[in-house]
Write a protein that binds this ligand. Structure first.
Ligand SMILES: Nc1ncnc2c1ncn2[C@@H]1O[C@H](COP(=O)(O)OP(=O)(O)O)[C@@H](O)[C@H]1O
Ligand SMILES: [Mg+2]
Length: 257
């Protein structure tokens, strides 16, 4: 595994709006091929996420969306192709080093610890050096509902509240890029709308976001660019207006939601 020098930690906490890498994508995948054992699941995927941009990565179940996230966060090493974070070649860099570069995830299934309290879940964000007090303050300001549940076991909260906790924890380190896998999974439409409003706020605050979603229409209300994945291949990319037909074919005639 490649290791980065400590100077790379300089990216952490840099507001993406600062401009010094405006024309360089925050996240760049170039012709990425990746496999689980002998089975290749990404067959040359290329996509870019720029500063202050929300990009939606769309596609049916099994299209390869989560695998792209795993590549971008160092959990799945590409067989070939290039992974660039803010212009640096980071193939093979381990996950915690990518996290120190400012890459954070809200994983599929939320990734919270159900048997720990809200506060103890937030404590996980302190690895970055930010104090628990500061993390809690920003989490409760963003999601006042969590404040009242500070000592509640996370697993006993509603799905929407758990997703808020997962978002709050990911944002604790003020990431440069946030990757969100299936924010809407299992949640009522009104809760999904509220969470996507929060994603818009996060982008406006200067964090770039890759929104991974099966529910394309919803994600394209927030994103300014969409990438449609189909069987491990980018079938189309473009502005939300441009993507209609590509979405219909990627979802194989099923009604696109
Ligand atoms: N851990 C794994 N081991 C083997 N195959 C996997 C694993 N995870 C995903 N796959 C396969 O990789 C393909 C893409 O899956 P995934 O990236 O999870 O798609 P999506 O997130 O779009 O539903 C699927 O064929 C899936 O079965
Ligand atoms: Mg997935």
């Amino acid at each position: 595994m490649t290791s980065l020098t400590t100077t790379n930690t300089a990216l952490v906490g840099q507001p993406a709006a600062q401009g010094w890498y405006t024309n360089t994508p925050i996240l760049e995948l170039k012709e990425i091929r990746a496999s689980y054992g002998p089975i290749e699941v990404l067959h040359g995927v290329s996509l870019n996420v720029y500063a202050n941009q929300a990009v939606a990565l769309l596609g049916a179940n099994g299209a390869g969306k989560t695998s792209v996230l795993k590549v971008a966060t160092g959990l799945l090493a590409p067989d070939s192709g290039c992974l660039h974070i803010a212009g640096r070649h980071v193939n093979g860099v381990v996950t915690d080093e990518l996290a120190r570069l400012g890459i954070c995830t809200v994983p599929e299934g939320r990734g919270i610890f159900p048997n720990l309290s809200v506060a103890d879940n937030l404590k996980m964000g302190t690895y970055s050096g930010v104090s628990l007090e500061a993390i809690e303050q920003s989490a409760y300001e963003r999601f006042p509902k969590l404040a009242a549940r500070r000592n509640q076991l996370a697993g006993t909260m509603s799905g929407g509240e758990q997703q808020m906790l997962s978002l709050a924890r990911a944002l604790a380190t003020r990431p440069v890029l946030l990757l969100i896998d299936e924010l809407s999974m299992g949640l009522a439409p009104i809760i999904v709308d509220q969470l996507f409003e929060e994603v818009t706020r996060i982008v406006n605050e200067g964090t770039s976001v890759l929104i991974i979603e099966q529910f394309a229409r919803k994600a394209l209300q927030v994103a300014t660019w969409g990438v449609v994945l189909n069987n491990g291949v980018v079938e189309a990319q473009g502005s939300p207006d441009e993507l209609g037909d590509a979405l219909d074919s990627a979802y194989l005639g099923k009604k696109v939601q």
